[in-house]
Write a new protein. Structure first.
Length: 253
C-alpha cells in the first residue's frame, strides 16, 4: 500500500472549530483549495458552523468540493444550536462530506485502508471531578448522553480494529493535557476522561479533537497521541500529520 506520496505513509490534514459563516466563506474555501495534492485525507473536528444553521453548512460543502482528498467530519456543540443538526448532517453528506455521528467508516485514502471512528463526545469532566449519574433526571440525562458517546467510540474502534491506520475524531476532549490553558473551572464542559477508556483499550494511531480554543496542542492517552486541532490552537488553517501505514493490527476478541 502506498500513499499519494509513494510510500507507506498517510498524510492527514486536520482542523476544527472552523465556524463557517458568511464572513469567513472565502477564507475557508481558499484554505481547502490550497491543500497540497500530497494530502491523502482531511478531517474536521466539529463546530463546522457558527450557529448551527443549514446555510452555514453549505460553505463546508463548497470547501470540500475544492480539495481532491476525501473529507470526514463530526458535529460540534455549535452545530446543534439552531436545532438543524439532522438537516446539516444530511446536507453535508449530500455535499460530499463524510459525516461520522457515533459511527465508524473504512476508507481508501492514498491507497491505504483507514479506519475512522467519529463521535462528538460530550461533557462530564475529569477525575476526581466527574459529573455523577445521580440526582435530577436532567443531570442523569447528561451522564447518559456521554455514555452513549463512549459506547459508540468503543464499538467503532472494534469495527476498525484490523485497519493499518486507525483514527479517532471527536469534538470534545478525552484528555486533560490538551485542555491546559483553559480555566480548570470549565474543564467539565470541555470534555470527559470517560472517553479515554476505549482509546486506552484499543490504542488508535491518532486521536483528534477541537472545542477547547485556549487549550494545548498535544497530549497522550496510553500509547495514542492526542491532539487538539481547534483552529485557535493551531494558529493556522490545518495541521498535517504523517502516519505509518505499514503496521498490522490484530482483531479485537
Amino acid at each position: 500500500m502506498t500513499s499519494s506520496s509513494g510510500s507507506e505513509r498517510l498524510r492527514v490534514a486536520a482542523t476544527g472549530d472552523i465556524h463557517c459563516r458568511d464572513s469567513n466563506r472565502e477564507a475557508i474555501v481558499s484554505a481547502f483549495a490550497g491543500l497540497d495534492d500530497e494530502i491523502d485525507l482531511v478531517v474536521v473536528a466539529g463546530d463546522l458552523t457558527s450557529h448551527g444553521r443549514l446555510d452555514e453548512a453549505e460553505i463546508l460543502c463548497e470547501a470540500a468540493a475544492a480539495t481532491k482528498a476525501p473529507v470526514y467530519a463530526v458535529l460540534g456543540n455549535h452545530d446543534w444550536h439552531a436545532d438543524e443538526a439532522e438537516a446539516i448532517l444530511a446536507r453535508l453528506e449530500e455535499g460530499g462530506v463524510h459525516m461520522l455521528d457515533r459511527r465508524a467508516a473504512v476508507c481508501q485514502a492514498g491507497g491505504v485502508e483507514v479506519g475512522i471512528v467519529g463521535v462528538k463526545g460530550f461533557v462530564g469532566g475529569f477525575a476526581p471531578r466527574h459529573l455523577p449519574d445521580f440526582g435530577e433526571p436532567s443531570l442523569r440525562a447528561v451522564y447518559a448522553e456521554a455514555t452513549a458517546e463512549v459506547e459508540a467510540l468503543d464499538a467503532g474502534l472494534r469495527e476498525v480494529a484490523t485497519c493499518p491506520v486507525r483514527i479517532v475524531l471527536l469534538h470534545y476532549s478525552p484528555a486533560e493535557e490538551t485542555l491546559e490553558g483553559e480555566p480548570r473551572e470549565i474543564w467539565v464542559f470541555l470534555g470527559s476522561d470517560r472517553l479515554a477508556a476505549p482509546i486506552l483499550e484499543h490504542g488508535p494511531d491518532l486521536v483528534l479533537h477541537g472545542h477547547a480554543h485556549a487549550g494545548s496542542p498535544d497530549g497522550m492517552i496510553g500509547e495514542s497521541p492526542v491532539h487538539n486541532v481547534s483552529q485557535p490552537v493551531l494558529g493556522t488553517d490545518f495541521r498535517i500529520f504523517e502516519l505509518d501505514a505499514s503496521r498490522a493490527h490484530s482483531p479485537i476478541p
